[in-house]
Design a protein around this ligand. Structure first.
Ligand SMILES: [Ca+2]
Ligand SMILES: [Ca+2]
Length: 90
């Protein structure tokens, strides 16, 4: 599936926000979709690429909201945790 213009705009907005703020969360395995040892905006991009652009499956535990599924809810959960003071991944 090719990313829609809406997804591209959302990714661009996330990148802009990440450049202005967004320190990585404390080291935690949950939410670390790319398994690089940190939970940060790169995991958001990894998940968006996987879910909407046919990218590789998550390498780490990407179920940030603990729902048992890896879906767009995890993208929103990570964005909320990283940029809006939401709860850290479960
Ligand atoms: Ca990561
Ligand atoms: Ca989930």
């Amino acid at each position: 599936m090719k990313p829609t213009p809406g997804i591209r705009r959302a990714a661009a907005a996330i990148l802009a926000i990440a450049l202005l703020s967004g320190a990585p969360l404390a080291a935690a395995a949950v939410g670390d979709a790319n398994d690089d040892g940190a939970v940060d905006v790169l995991d958001v991009f990894y998940l968006i690429n996987h879910l909407f652009a046919g990218g590789a499956a998550p390498l780490g535990n990407a179920d940030a909201d603990g729902s048992g599924l890896v879906d767009v809810g995890d993208v929103f959960y990570l964005i909320n945790a990283l940029f809006a003071g939401g709860p850290v991944p479960l």
